[in-house]
Design a protein around this ligand. Structure first.
Ligand code: AHR
Length: 514
């Protein structure tokens, strides 16, 4: 058995992974022990009325000089199509619990202009509303995940919104929808009953929210064949009490949400920078993100206790990196740069979601365009794909694949001060076409690592794949240099049923074996 030898030398800088003699890391891919389906909904997106996420990011309006189709930026829509987005959560976030859907229907010039209280106090024109959202999801072939307003709305307002979307008869709300241009009902796949009800959604206790959930969910009715899965607003970070209370609701519940944001410093007043960060924040950021696995496990243990039949899913419907606001930008807009560190973080999280796919039925990265850990950044008529975009594109074969367990024979580790984390994260899955897809992540910012993968119960013929890496820890794409971090082909050797591949430092590799 080969054992990695990894020499850690303390540096004055505080980051200790310098001298390295990296041996081969042996990995066994247990194709003979397939697990649950990895739901495509783990690759969900989140698009809130926040900063330039919707307006400017996705929607510019029909009269814009920026190339658009029915008001949607054609560059952004074309790029998003490559991600095979399974669902989009909308209209928030915190915005959802202040959103009144009737403000966003009918002729645009007659829609009321409101204040977006949560996000910068800017004017919300309501130019983007229900019809525009469904136009977007239908263009992208995605499912709609509506976040309903429980915090400042009423059961009647919520039930009317669902009726407006789904009624197929002569009800006044169905007629109103038709009058506004949509004949057929829309398909509504998921319905969130409030958002972060412990905070911006109403500062509630779980017991009080659970009663409200039961009340609101009772009235969420729609025709057979168009019943959304209902998602209760759950906890965050290390909380499990929300999951505990909500999973005891006897019926009318399909999922409980869970939110986890990663900060390099874990300090919300000084989160850390998205670029130009020290090495210790490379490792602290990744160490903080890895903590999500413990939180998921703890919440799943509660679900196993209260819902042993496995009917209720854990929906990680907000996750990703969160940094200090960029200089010169509106801090309420949560715009941030996105580097190879974010790509590694995204891949590590996706590998974790794969591992718990039996209960993690959905995840939504925050957020799709121009906000937090975005897929795409825009500036007027320019657009750039972020390293995180490339991870989502490279991982598309994992959507609806079958989880395959992976055993890593002693991963090398990287350390900084008190913090030590594994340098390697691997996940595998079998696609419907019979190929084995492997996502291999090297969290080490300095050293490449060779992987020798052995596949049990599978005859290996050949392997091909792509790698995403960067020269610097904060390598990123910009409007002037959009291709700095882009996937490139990577070679892998096969011998006697094993695959050998070298993962560059700070890289994400997706390798398909057939
Ligand atoms: O994604 C930004 C905000 O973070 C969301 O509106 C809220 O749900 C969370 O606190």
């Amino acid at each position: 058995m080969l054992r990695p030898v990894y020499i850690l030398t303390a540096l004055l800088l505080g980051f200790s992974s310098v001298a390295t003699v990296a041996d081969t890391v042996e990995v066994t891919v247990r194709v003979d022990k397939p697990g649950a389906q990895i739901s495509r909904h783990i690759y969900g997106q989140f698009a809130e009325h926040l900063g330039r996420g919707i307006y400017e990011g996705v929607w510019v309006g029909k009269d814009s000089s920026i190339a658009n189709e029915r008001g949607f930026r054609t560059d952004v829509i074309d790029a998003l199509k490559n991600l095979r987005i399974p669902n989009i959560r909308w209209p928030g976030g915190c915005f959802a619990d202040e959103y009144h859907w009737r403000d966003g229907i009918g002729p645009a010039e007659k829609r009321p202009v409101k204040v977006n209280n949560h996000w910068g106090g800017v004017a919300e024109t309501n130019a983007f509303g229900t019809h525009e959202f469904f136009d977007l999801v239908e263009m992208l072939g995605a499912d709609a995940y509506i976040a309903g307003n429980l915090g400042s709305g009423s059961p009647r307002e919520m039930m009317d919104w669902l009726e407006y979307m789904t009624a197929d008869n002569e009800s006044s709300l169905a007629k109103l929808r038709r009058q506004n241009g949509r004949e057929e009902p829309w398909k509504v796949a998921f319905w969130g009953v409030g958002n972060e009800s412990w905070g911006c959604g109403g500062n509630m206790r779980p017991e009080y929210y659970a009663d409200l959930y039961r009340q609101f969910a009772t009235f969420l009715k729609s025709p057979d064949g168009n019943r959304p899965k209902k998602v209760a607003s759950g906890g965050y970070n290390d909380l499990t009490d929300w999951t505990d209370v909500l999973s005891q609701i006897p019926s009318n519940i399909d999922g409980i949400s869970f939110h986890y944001y990663t900060l390099p410093t874990n300090n919300w007043d000084k989160k850390g920078r998205s670029t130009g960060f020290p090495e210790r924040e490379w490792i602290s950021h990744l160490a903080n993100t890895l903590k999500i696995e413990g939180h998921i496990k703890n919440n799943i243990a509660i679900l196993e206790k209260n819902d042993p039949e496995g009917k209720i899913g854990l929906y990680v419907d907000e996750w990703g990196s969160c940094y200090d606001p960029e200089a010169g930008r509106n801090p309420g807009f949560l715009y941030q740069q996105n580097t190879i560190r974010d790509a590694v973080l995204a891949a590590v999280n996706l590998n974790i979601f794969h591992r718990y796919s039996e209960r993690v039925h959905m995840a939504n990265i925050a957020q799709m365009v121009n906000v937090l850990q975005a897929m795409i950044l825009t500036e007027e008529d320019k657009m750039v794909l972020t390293p995180t975009y490339h991870v989502f594109e490279m991982f598309t074969p994992f959507q609806d694949s079958t989880f395959i367990p992976v055993e890593i024979d002693s991963s090398p580790e990287i350390s900084s001060g008190e913090i030590t984390i594994p340098a390697i994260s691997v996940s595998a899955a079998k696609g419907a076409e019979g190929k084995i897809h492997n996502s291999m992540v090297n969290l080490d910012p300095r050293t490449k690592h060779e992987i020798k993968a052995h596949f049990t119960g599978f005859k290996v013929n050949e392997a091909s794949g792509r790698a995403l890496s960067g020269e610097q820890m904060d390598s990123h794409n910009s409007f002037t240099a959009p291709g700095v971090v882009s996937p490139v082909a990577i070679s892998a050797k096969s011998d006697e049923g094993n695959i050998h591949v070298v993962l560059p430092a700070k890289s994400v590799v997706v390798l398909t074996v057939e």
